[in-house]
Design a protein around this ligand. Structure first.
Ligand SMILES: Nc1ncnc2c1ncn2[C@@H]1O[C@H](COP(=O)(O)OP(=O)(O)O)[C@@H](O)[C@H]1O
Ligand SMILES: [Mg+2]
Length: 223
């Protein structure tokens, strides 16, 4: 098993009026090219920052991110944007942030596939349990259905890896359960998934759990 993403000695500082804030520091983690990796830890421990760096949305202040064994994090923002579009699907906590709300479910899948230069397979809607809902507009879907549509859009882009930031945190238990089922489907289809979450059900599902604490990997805790 190889690693699709590696962060090596990664640190991120943010300038604030009160001086630089270190969001994460000296973080070395790997995301295997199969299965579910969960970054767990309390609020403020650096999960979202790490996910943004791994997703190539943000360049680290220190350290290196490797994609498929190649150091990429020092590339220009423009190069990173192009690389990201082809290879990485990033899902946010808020379902609506992941979708184009003025479009239908099917149109969202089509747009997602096109954005990565892929051919559209609307059969993917069935895969995430949204059969027959292609014509629904985004606001007519529940939060859980929107997150499953977002996962469907991620699949349609045929990425090398899917990264999701607290994908179940804004959902009720039942909807969250269905999102977890869809995450499993992604993994069964061979797409590696890395998730930031403090949802115990996600850590139970994980093949690898990385605990974060105060911006660092917490090696003291056995996952
Ligand atoms: N843009 C930013 N500017 C300043 N501080 C930030 C910024 N983003 C995150 N931080 C700080 O970095 C730390 C880690 O945040 P975050 O990665 O969002 O953690 P988590 O996702 O685990 O809640 C927190 O202390 C947070 O306040
Ligand atoms: Mg967060």
């Amino acid at each position: 098993m190889a690693d699709v993403l590696v962060a090596q000695g990664v640190g991120v500082d943010y300038p604030t009026p009160a001086g630089a804030v270190t969001a994460i520091d000296d973080v070395t983690v790997t995301v295997p090219d199969q299965g579910i990796t969960v970054f767990a830890g309390p609020s403020g421990s650096g999960k979202s920052t790490l996910l943004r760096v791994l997703a190539l949305v943000e360049r680290p202040t220190r350290g290196v991110v490797q994609l498929d064994g190649e150091a990429v994090s020092s590339r220009s923002h423009r190069q990173l944007r192009a690389l990201r579009r082809q290879t990485i699907a990033l899902m946010f906590q808020n379902p609506l942030e992941n979708l184009l709300p003025e479009l239908t479910a099917a149109q969202n899948v089509i747009a997602a596939a096109q954005s990565a230069g892929r051919r559209t397979d609307l059969g993917l809607l069935d895969v995430v349990g949204l059969k027959g809902m292609g014509n629904y507009r985004v606001p007519a879907l529940s939060g859980g259905q929107q997150q499953r549509l977002a996962l469907c859009c991620a699949l349609a882009r045929e990425p090398k890896v899917v990264l999701a930031d607290e994908p179940t945190s804004q959902l009720d238990d039942m909807s969250a359960g269905l999102v977890l089922e869809s995450l499993k489907v992604l993994v069964e289809r061979g797409v590696p998934v890395a998730v930031a979450s403090h949802d115990d059900r996600l850590t139970e599902l994980a093949d690898l759990v990385v605990r974060m604490s105060s911006g660092r990997v917490d090696h003291g805790r056995v996952a």
